[in-house]
Design a protein around this ligand. Sequence first.
Ligand SMILES: NC(=O)c1ccc[n+]([C@@H]2O[C@H](COP(=O)([O-])OP(=O)(O)OC[C@H]3O[C@@H](n4cnc5c(N)ncnc54)[C@H](O)[C@@H]3O)[C@@H](O)[C@H]2O)c1
Length: 334
Amino acid sequence: MVKAVVLGAAGGIGQPLSLLLKCNPLITELSLYDIVNTPGVAADLSHIATPAKVAGFLPPDEGLTKALTGAQLVIIPAGVPRKPGMSRDDLFKINAGIVEGLATGIATTAPKAFVLVISNPVNSTVPIVAEVFKKHNVFDPKRIFGVTTLDVVRASTFVADIIGDLSKAPDVVVPVVGGHSGVTIVPLLSQSSHPLPSGFSGEKLNALVNRIQFGGDEVVKAKDGAGSATLSMAYAGAEFAIKVINAMKGQKGIIAPSFVHLTADPAGGEALKKEIGADLEYFSAPVELGPDGVIKINPLGKITDAEKKLVEAAVPDLTKNIQTGIAFTKKSNL
Ligand SMILES: NC(=O)c1ccc[n+]([C@@H]2O[C@H](COP(=O)([O-])OP(=O)(O)OC[C@H]3O[C@@H](n4cnc5c(N)ncnc54)[C@H](O)[C@@H]3O)[C@@H](O)[C@H]2O)c1
């Protein structure tokens, strides 16, 4: 029996994500919470012939508490997406309070749930969730994840495209580490399961790295004011959620990059900090998942000099983003 909850379920990501979760037979209960429209989304999804019992909740009448009661997995795509010209700081100002409020609900109602944070900026919203959990004395770093899977999915797709065989996309594995915005996104292309063609270097390689780092901008621009990535994000969010559920149910050897607090695996976290050469609290690294969340934070391993430079370049922004999230929660009265 697995109860999954989507907070922000009526949105551009929330709806297709809820659809994909409803399609997964491992989920037996699916609760949808949003400030609008969840009764309709829930009624619609509830007609799909799969096991999950679907219910929709709105804020009145303790809707958040009801949605979260008994949850094992909570996914948060609530908030505002980026529009052209909107800075990450502007986005943070709106989404920080939303995520903080929802995290408070989880900390009080479902403190043992796995929490998967999609709301941007992930580099700051994950520290917000963690700080809220600390305030409520329920912080377990093994159970809080920043969803960076879309960067991994984009890397797989773009590499398969360059190899000239998109049918390989589902099998291409490229670790993407660091954080989840711009230069903090570090694709380790040298470790791709499917090597790039010989001679794919220099400007071509730089352009590929840039496309993975700024893939979100490509979508924001193409949507021309109608929001950011929703469908690919829903796919990526569902993929990561199902990995967490499979690990929860005892499947072994599941490894996926995620933005986590580095005390989730103290020894692995310390080793990673040495590799990075910075004393960061959070980092996205390939983590091994188990029934209780993170089992192991894997090292970066052998990377090229160019990749080392990308990691170095990620550190200042990451440090700032993490501090912004922590400072926001410390100042707050929630
Ligand atoms: N992690 C990633 O890779 C990634 C990728 C794309 C987008 N995002 C982020 O995901 C978030 C959602 O994007 P979207 O395109 O679905 O936006 P959207 O505006 O379409 O949907 C957001 C939903 O959140 C709801 N909401 C707002 N405040 C809420 C609250 N307090 N409680 C519950 N629900 C609330 C809204 O009503 C809306 O239905 C944004 O922050 C966006 O930047 C993350």
